[in-house]
Ligand binder design. Structure first.
Ligand code: SF4
Ligand code: SF4
Length: 184
């Protein structure tokens, strides 16, 4: 969290074996990739994995095929998960993807709730996390809408005739532009 005034609730993740970072494929959107790329000061290609998107309604059409973007895995877990002697920790905590920040919360019928049928063993205190999670989930939703729109535009314009690296360049430029517009 960036706010210094807000009192942070205690995260149960500290004492957990972080199965969520091992079991899930972490799909990312344009803003996630932009923040990670800037935070790590490296090209998106170094931390992204391509997942075939044939079964998804929305995939990115590039020369490499129809793909979705996810974080690379290493040793059966997200490559950013680090194990010390006693705990697991996320090495990109300040700029980790939106989905990692919000898990295992979701908005259901306009209310914050904990997802059901998931691997997280914790019974989270919804009231304690409400102030932090609701704005985050709303922001995450609008970033996914931005990304979906951007992918639709790209697919219509190029129909798989350009490479993934061109798409990534286009994607990052669009995020940069939208951030600049927000600052005006
Ligand atoms: S979200 Fe749940 S499963 Fe993931 S680290 Fe936290 S407590 Fe563990
Ligand atoms: S980015 Fe961090 S929180 Fe997200 S899956 Fe990887 S290690 Fe876990």
């Amino acid at each position: 969290m960036s706010s210094t005034n807000q009192k942070l609730p205690k995260f149960p993740c500290v004492d957990c074996h972080t199965d969520c970072c091992k079991e899930y494929t972490i799909f990312v959107n344009a803003h996630d990739v932009y923040r990670l790329s800037n935070g790590l000061k490296c090209k998106p290609e170094t931390f992204l994995e391509l997942i075939g998107a044939k079964d998804y309604s929305l995939g990115i059409k590039v020369e490499e095929g129809l793909v979705d973007l996810a974080l690379k895995q290493k040793n059966g877990a997200c490559e950013f998960l680090e194990k010390t002697d006693t705990v697991f920790r996320c090495t990109v905590n300040d700029f980790k993807p939106g989905v990692c920040k919000s898990y295992p919360f979701e908005m259901k019928n306009g209310k914050l709730s904990q997802m059901s049928d998931i691997m997280c063993p914790t019974d989270w205190d919804i009231l304690e996390f409400k102030e932090m999670m609701i704005p985050h989930l709303k922001k995450d939703e609008s970033e996914w809408e931005f990304y979906d729109q951007l992918v639709r535009e790209w697919n219509l314009k190029y129909e798989g005739k350009k490479s993934l690296s061109k798409f990534l360049k286009f994607m990052l430029e669009q995020v940069k532009l939208s951030n600049e517009v927000e600052l005006l």
